[in-house]
Design a protein around this ligand. Structure first.
Ligand SMILES: Nc1ncnc2c1ncn2[C@@H]1O[C@H](COP(=O)(O)OP(=O)(O)OP(=O)(O)O)[C@@H](O)[C@H]1O
Ligand SMILES: [Mg+2]
Length: 340
């Protein structure tokens, strides 16, 4: 419950399969955050865009009403409204954007479209101040990038994946091992009973000298190894999951260290859904610690898609007098660029 700060921001996030609304204030932090996950996709082993947008349409209004009621707010109390307008699934993005536009039009409150990756990066500022200059590993279902944040609003792309994202690799490997969707948490769980040294899987582009990644070969290597083993026992799956997780974590940590050495940041952040991975957190802490680089990540609730990060990003934009008009549109893909 808020003491009615003048700086209360509503965030709306519907870029993929989670419907999320949150209220954030720079003084109080996250006031209320609610995310409704869509469970209908699990049986298809991946997100079905039409199911996602229909589900957002059903959920967005009651979710918004719950959040406003829990915070004890009406629309007129808001300092502004932030909404993810890309990258993501167009049908899903349009539900959140149309809803946010209607609220902004009806209330006269400022509106700002937020790049989803800026949200993931700034999730690191929800529970403690965001320190700059920072180097960030954004590692999620659709992205794997290293980004230098000189200050909030100034972003420099250092490198990224040439094919699959790390989260996508977790999901695809989880699927081929017959584990429940999404693969990331399932692989982490299965890996707990396996030996990471059971199999040696490739660390692509290890010697490229650049902050780039490739995960499509790993998925193929795991598939070929699994096929060569015939009927998989629980022990086989644990060994494969643990070795695959180790390969992903190892290369993420190695390239992150390279990026940190190139940029000498005050802080190294991990952002996005894969930042929830406990082995990644452990290895990053150990290797960054040895190099004297402080490393931090958000609570699990704020690693995967959530509207608190969007409300937080909106507060930065709106307080810098950056707003959008009602002509704001969605974009399916596009790099995070610096503010103009
Ligand atoms: N514990 C975990 N270990 C590894 N991966 C995880 C874990 N928890 C979640 N993930 C992965 O995180 C991804 C989801 O993250 P997120 O919600 O940020 O992605 P997205 O929004 O679909 O993609 P993007 O942010 O790139 O648009 C999935 O690929 C999921 O498997
Ligand atoms: Mg995301």
């Amino acid at each position: 419950m808020t003491g009615k700060s003048e700086r209360l921001y509503l965030g709306i996030e519907t870029s993929c399969d989670d419907t999320s609304c949150a209220i954030y204030s720079p003084e109080e932090g996250v006031v209320v955050h609610r995310t409704a996950a869509q469970l209908d996709h699990a049986r298809y082993g991946g997100v079905v865009p039409e199911i996602a947008s229909r589900s957002h349409m059903k959920t967005i209004l009651p979710l918004y009403e719950t959040v406003m009621e829990e915070a004890g707010l009406c629309t007129g109390d808001l300092a502004g409204i932030g909404v993810t307008n890309g990258p993501g699934l167009t049908g899903s993005l349009l539900v959140g954007l149309s809803f946010a536009k209607a609220l902004a039009y009806g209330s006269g409150r400022p509106l700002i479209g937020i790049h989803h990756l800026e949200g993931h990066i700034l999730a690191n500022g929800l529970e403690k101040p965001f320190v700059t200059p920072a180097t960030v590993l954004v590692v999620s279902g659709g992205h794997t990038q290293l980004i230098f944040v000189e200050k909030i609003g100034r972003y420099r792309f250092l490198g990224g994946t040439r094919d699959d994202a790390a989260g996508e690799a977790f999901d695809k490997i989880g699927k081929l091992l017959g584990l429940p969707y999404p693969g990331g948490p399932s692989i982490q769980k299965a890996a707990a009973n396996g030996d990471p040294g059971s199999f040696t899987f490739p660390r692509a582009l290890r010697h490229s000298g650049e902050c780039d990644f490739s995960f499509s070969g790993l998925k193929t290597a795991v598939r070929l190894k699994a096929e060569s083993m015939g009927e998989l026992t629980a022990g086989d799956i644990a060994g494969l999951a643990s070795s695959a997780q180790e390969a992903i974590v190892d290369i993420l940590a190695e390239k992150s260290l390279m990026a940190a050495k190139m940029t000498s940041p005050e802080m190294f952040y991990i952002a996005g859904g894969v930042a929830a991975n406990s082995r990644l957190r452990e290895v990053m802490k150990e290797r960054m610690g040895k190099a004297g680089v402080p490393v931090s990540w958000p609570s699990i609730e704020y690693c995967t898609d959530n509207a608190a990060m969007i409300a937080c990003a909106a507060s930065h934009h709106i307080e810098a007098e950056r707003t959008d008009g009602l002509e704001l549109n969605t974009f399916p893909r596009g790099e995070l660029t610096s503010w103009s």
